[in-house]
Design a protein around this ligand. Structure first.
Ligand SMILES: Cc1cc2nc3c(=O)[nH]c(=O)nc-3n(C[C@H](O)[C@H](O)[C@H](O)COP(=O)(O)OP(=O)(O)OC[C@H]3O[C@@H](n4cnc5c(N)ncnc54)[C@H](O)[C@@H]3O)c2cc1C
Length: 184
């Protein structure tokens, strides 16, 4: 049944909003302004989201996904939103990783690896790595705003990828959470 959420679900906006607000540590936005702001990316596509969640932690994002799963509502992750083919627009609960989940967690200079949260912007990462002499290789021309999460989603490249390889060639490990709750 299609209800006020605008998608076919077995829940209502009121129930979804209540559970997201009660259980998720973060900003939960159902207002028209926020939904309009997240309705497009760098493409020509426009899909107004059901809501926007800005989780304060990765665990909070996982909880938001659990709530959406229980309500059978789709989710969509968003980094810098610079995608060119509508990857960041959908009638879904949009998770914005950029505001809080953007830390460089550790650097292993010897093995030339680091651990990051997905909302970190590429230029911010490379600025923080500068003192080590290391940098993350693939550099899309949106490097000032694209995030590692979004780069992984798109398998980004850019001019430097001729030398460094694409993102797929520069990932040592991923922590993955699927919609059905599997974590690996
Ligand atoms: C002017 C311009 C120039 C560009 N130049 C290049 C270029 O040179 N090379 C290139 O490769 N690309 C280029 N792009 C495309 C785009 O900028 C890159 O692909 C960029 O890396 C996307 O990063 P983002 O953070 O904006 O991703 P987003 O657009 O936010 O997301 C990309 C995808 O990843 C998913 N995603 C985001 N975060 C997560 C997460 N935490 N977990 C799971 N999925 C997630 C999203 O749902 C989406 O499907 C360009 C785009 C523009 C507008």
């Amino acid at each position: 049944m299609t209800d006020t959420l605008g998608v076919t679900t077995r829940t209502t906006q009121e129930d979804l909003e209540r559970d997201l607000r009660q259980r998720v540590d973060g900003e939960v936005r159902f207002d028209d302004g926020s939904r309009a702001a997240y309705s497009t990316d760098a493409s020509n596509f426009r899909q107004v989201p059901i809501a926007v969640v800005v989780p304060r932690t990765v665990a909070a994002a996982a909880e938001a996904i659990a709530v959406c799963r229980e309500h059978q509502v789709p989710v969509l992750s968003r980094g810098g939103g610079t995608s060119l083919a509508g990857q960041c627009t959908n009638t879904a609960v949009v998770l914005d990783w950029t505001k809080y989940c953007h830390r460089l967690l550790s650097v292993d200079e010897e093995n030339r690896t680091c651990v990051v949260e997905p909302g970190i912007v590429l230029d911010d990462l490379n600025r923080q790595l500068a003192s080590t002499g290391l940098r993350y290789g693939p550099q899309p021309s949106t490097h000032r705003s694209c995030t590692l999460g979004g780069m992984i989603g798109n398998n980004s490249c850019g001019a430097s990828a001729q030398r460094t390889g694409k993102v797929v060639d520069n990932i040592a490990a991923l922590e993955v959470l699927t919609y059905d709750g599997a974590q690996f």
